[in-house]
Design a binder for this molecule. Structure first.
Ligand SMILES: C=C(O[C@@H]1C=C(C(=O)O)C=C[C@H]1O)C(=O)O
Length: 89
């Protein structure tokens, strides 16, 4: 049980870092949203999203992990786009 608690403590610490980084990511996306609005550019940039996903794939050679990470990133980017739309309204 103490082993389990130790792993969960590690996960909590990692989540703390992930949340800080995701918060920063959203903040930067808001800057990008303002830029796009000013320059009348669309929120969605499929080419850029492909680039991000290709980079994500380089994080591991494990195919199943690549699939999970890719799903997570697709969701992050969908939420980022939504937040860009919300801020522009
Ligand atoms: C943040 C941007 O806006 C959208 C969101 C992206 C992301 O979350 O990485 C990437 C491309 C765009 O579809 C961007 O254009 O860079």
């Amino acid at each position: 049980m103490s082993e389990l608690n130790a792993w969960r403590t590690q996960i909590d610490e990692i989540d703390e870092q992930l949340l800080t980084l995701l918060h920063q990511r959203f903040k930067i996306a808001q800057e990008i949203a303002r830029y796009k609005q000013h320059h009348q550019l669309p929120i969605l940039n499929q080419g850029r999203e492909m680039e991000v996903l290709q980079h994500v794939n380089l994080a591991t050679t494990d195919a199943s992990e690549q699939e999970h990470l890719s799903s997570i990133y697709q969701k992050i980017m969908a939420e980022t786009r939504q937040s860009e739309t919300d801020k522009g309204e």
